[in-house]
Design a protein around this ligand. Structure first.
Ligand code: XMP
Length: 528
């Protein structure tokens, strides 16, 4: 199973069986948008395990394989007789047809990819209220040629005669398109029809029930023991702090390790915010000197990360001993991390079965497993947007809820080459100007990340009558859904002009500002 039994304190109403699709997680999110709790599990999940969880419906994801390929992932065919409604999406539909005696037509070299109007023959149940001719997103090579016995075609597109099929008697449904992606304009209606009208799931997955259930569970888990939380000030650890404070009050001890790589004013802001404003006790650990000393002369980005990571662990160990002993450590692990570390064992690119991936956690907060703590991870079933909702509902101000992501090693990875206090101060000043001006222009919320990078090369400039020889600052602003892919943000020239003028005039050591116009891929968001 792709997650431990401890995640199952709440049984999922819908299980998404993952056949290696890049969209499995998105299907789970869409189902949760209907306020129905869903989990992603591997296609290898046994019938016994499924029955133990007693879901009201199953969704079989797409995947990169053909049912005819040697390495095609098959689920136990007994699944079709469970009498639990099943929706197969793309590969999931083809597998249903293949295993139930229909015929999947092998691709003849022509794939259907992109938007297609859906022509509806049967608008009962699954396609109820979906507009005839509405756009659905196609991405497939194989298709369903002959349906199994007892199935009817619900809809077609100009290239695919069986674009949606059903056996109404057996409550089995299949769609060749992807209702979960935004390009399928009425895909959500279909998902709602499936979870509410076909599976009869209740809408009981709400922020309020999540908070109540988590509080109860944390109290049960830790009893009267103390819990340590390494706070970073990001939305995940801040939400966790608020949730734990509500659950266990002063049994929660937070520690904030200042490595010296935070943004200008950030440590002061966090201490004031948590300790004074919200009465959540945070121990401030000033470890600035230790980190900068360890990084002297180091220019290789991977080496910098390793040093920062191991120094973080050392400080953490020392300080937790000093403040401890603690039985429990709280971590802001989220559901995508859980799926990624233990999830599907099909490589979505090659379609090959691969060994279960362990997430190489690039956070400096990632602590080694041999620390003698039991873990408290109440957010491990949540997606990022759900964490934001929980945070908001617990009273976390928008200022924190809407924060741009900030890497664990902080500004250290935004200074290329050797890190010095002079460069850190310079970058901090430039970074503050970027944030101020992006906010002033009203662009903060629509941008995924906006920040400055310092390059360790000097170029010639002129200021007044003086020739200068100083560093350039790179301005990096990107839009993104999840940080996996990104595009550079089209910032108005006027805003770029203000940022450039201010940085060159106000930040000593800088005489030039350049704007990065690279998307990801091929670039990355950070420079390093
Ligand atoms: P890249 O540079 O790989 O970044 O395109 C993708 C996203 O990850 C963030 N990032 C990090 N986040 N610890 C983090 O918590 C890290 O070490 C780290 N490195 C990169 C980056 O800011 C972007 O949002």
């Amino acid at each position: 199973m792709p997650y431990s039994q401890s995640d199952c304190h709440r049984k999922p109403s819908i299980i998404i069986l993952d056949f290696g699709s890049q969209y499995s997680e998105l299907i789970a999110r869409r189902v949760r948008e209907t306020q129905v709790y869903s989990l992603v599990m591997s296609y290898t999940t046994t019938i016994k395990e499924i029955l133990q969880l007693a879901p009201k419906g199953l969704i079989l994801s797409g995947g990169p394989n053909s049912v005819y390929s040697e390495r095609a992932p098959f689920c136990d065919p007994a699944i079709w007789d469970l009498k639990i409604p099943i929706l197969g999406v793309c590969y999931g539909m083809q597998l249903m047809v293949h295993q139930l005696g229909g015929k999947v037509q092998k691709a003849t070299g022509k794939a259907e990819y992109g938007k297609a109007p859906l022509h509806i023959n049967d608008s009962n149940e699954l396609l109820n209220n979906v507009t005839n001719g509405s756009t659905m997103w196609m991405s497939h090579s194989d298709s369903v040629q002959d349906m199994p016995k007892d199935f009817v075609s619900l809809a077609y597109t100009s290239n695919t005669k069986n674009a949606a099929i059903a056996s109404h008697n057996r409550h089995l449904y299949g769609v060749q398109f992807h209702p979960e992606v935004v390009h399928s304009t009425e895909g959500m209606k279909m998902i709602r029809n499936f979870v509410h009208n076909i599976c009869h799931c209740d809408s009981n997955w709400t922020t309020a029930t999540f908070i109540d259930e988590s509080i109860e569970r944390v109290r049960e888990q830790v009893g009267n023991k103390r819990v340590l939380l390494a706070l970073s000030g990001g939305v995940d650890s801040s939400t966790l702090a608020f949730l734990l404070k509500k659950a266990i009050g002063n049994q929660l001890i937070c520690m904030f390790i200042d490595q010296g790589f935070m943004r200008k004013g950030e440590p002061e802001f966090l201490m004031e915010f948590f300790n004074k404003k919200f009465n959540i006790h945070v121990e401030y650990i000033n470890a600035r000197k230790r980190f900068i000393a360890k990084l002297q002369g180091i220019t290789d980005p991977e080496e910098k990360r390793k040093i920062i990571g191991s120094e973080f662990i050392r400080v953490f160990e020392e300080e937790s001993k000093r403040l401890g002993p603690f039985d429990y450590l709280a971590q802001g692990t989220l559901y995508p991390d859980v799926i990624e570390s233990a999830g599907t064992n099909i490589d979505p690119n090659s379609g090959e079965r691969v060994a279960v991936k362990i997430k190489s956690h690039h956070n400096v907060g990632g602590l080694p497993k041999d620390l003698q703590f039991k873990l408290v991870e109440p957010l491990r079933t949540l997606f990022k947007d759900e964490v934001r909702k929980v945070g908001r509902s617990l009273g976390l101000p928008e200022e924190i809820v809407k924060r741009h992501p900030f890497p664990g090693p902080g500004l250290a990875i935004r200074i290329l080459g050797e890190i010095t206090t002079e460069k850190l101060d310079c970058l901090r000043d430039a970074d503050l100007i970027v944030r101020e001006e992006i906010r002033k222009a009203g662009l903060y919320d629509e941008i995924w990340q906006a920040f400055a990078v310092l390059l360790p090369v000097c170029s010639v400039g002129v200021m007044g009558d003086q020739r200068t020889y100083a560093w350039p600052i790179v301005l990096r602003c990107v839009s993104s859904e999840d940080g996996m892919t990104a595009d550079w943000s089209r910032i108005p020239y006027e805003v770029l002009e203000i940022i450039s003028n201010r940085i060159v005039n106000e930040v000593s050591g800088v005489n030039r500002v350049v704007f990065d116009i690279t998307s990801k891929p091929p670039g990355t968001i950070e420079w390093e």
